[in-house]
Design a protein around this ligand. Sequence first.
Ligand code: ARG
Length: 482
Amino acid sequence: MWGGRFGAPPDPRIRAFTRSFPFDRRLVRWDLVGSLAHARMLLEVGVLDRESGEAILQGLAGMLRDVETGALRVEGEDEDVHSWIERTLAERIGEPARRLHTARSRNDQVATTLRLYVREAAERVVEHLLEVVEVWLDQAQEHLETVLPGYTHLQRAQPTTLAHHLLAHAWALLQDADRFRRVHRVSGISPLGAGALATSPYPVRPERTAELLGFEGIFPNSMHAVADRDYVLEALFACAVLQVHLSRWAEEVVLWTTQEFGFASLDDSVAGGSSLMPQKKNPEAAELIRGKAGRAIGALTAVLVALKGLPLTYNSDLQEDKEPLFDALDTVSGSLQAAAVLARGVRYHPDRMRTALHGGFLTATDLADYLVRRGVPFRTAHERAGRAVREAEGRRVELWELPLEVLRSCCPEVGGDVSEVLSPEGSVHARTVAGGPAPHRVVEQLERARAVVEGVRRWRRSCAPPPIYTAYREGRLLAEQL
Ligand code: ARG
């Protein structure tokens, strides 16, 4: 591909070290699509003559078709996917293939391809993500009245409901959906036409290739176009945060399925066993989802560090963006798909949750709030409720089991109506603030979450494949109007 200036072939070890084909082969479809747009534009502006242009378009389309059907294997000793495409095209159509790289460099080519790849990956991640969210929303619907302890510092804190708890995880993932939509948007700037760094002297039309590829905008600066990897960083950040969210949920699956907690157990189909201990049932999928957060965070770190201190414009260091990016996207997609199945296989045990509401004095705050309603300053109420807790602890009873006169000795303002306030259900039902755990508020929250899900789905449906790809599918690459 660049032999003219060289008197000797590269040392085999250097070549093996510098080539990217083993991992950038997976870009082949998008690299072919980018090439289709480039060739079509070159033909339209007359840089390519009719005969060469048509031969190239037909040749690339044939390769794309054969790659998609599996008839053409993407393999060989090539340096990277770009040179593989050029070599294979030349084998198929001969001389015109040597004109395809006019007015383009691998620098703008690879950035274009990677952006197309990231956009499709972001769409896929969002689909998998919604599947997990849907499971949680359905389970929340079933558990609006299932009361369990909410925790701070992993100590029992205040009563909440399972629905409210599951929705907390759902909202975190919906924020991730938003981040992936942003990734999709920032990746929608076409670098094609920037060339190596300084465009080219041909009458190329970057806005036309952008349009053919479904990008919303074109590069404002050709040097920035080939040096910029912010869209990779943003994708990696979105992956890292999403994987961290999944790991926090997975940790709770691990914790809740312990015998100590017992809030849930796993369906056999989503659990693992032990080769030695016959009785074991391990939450392996949850542990792996948790563990893979390290990979996603590592990938973000790797690319940030690779970019740090790079001079403008393209440097081979940029080739190091691909493996971490692919790994992070694979990790997130795989984890989401496993999470959807795992979440469906979690069996909740409301009876155990109910038992856990005992012994922790979870409604001590409610007692203090009750006193506040009777005119006691909160700080004083806090102190008195604390005394009642000490009293109950000494007698080994629940707050609501304290005889009224004992309760009154700590909190003189207490009336006969206090027992309802001190029950976990009473506590949950009293918290009627929007976004709180009172069941009717959680019903509203659920509706709100479903509306957000619908908005994300609508966005996903609005993501069309690049027009040039649609034209290829419909056999219209040579159509007059495109
Ligand atoms: N394999 C390269 C990459 O992934 C493609 C661009 C190579 N450009 C170059 N001037 N060597 O970044």
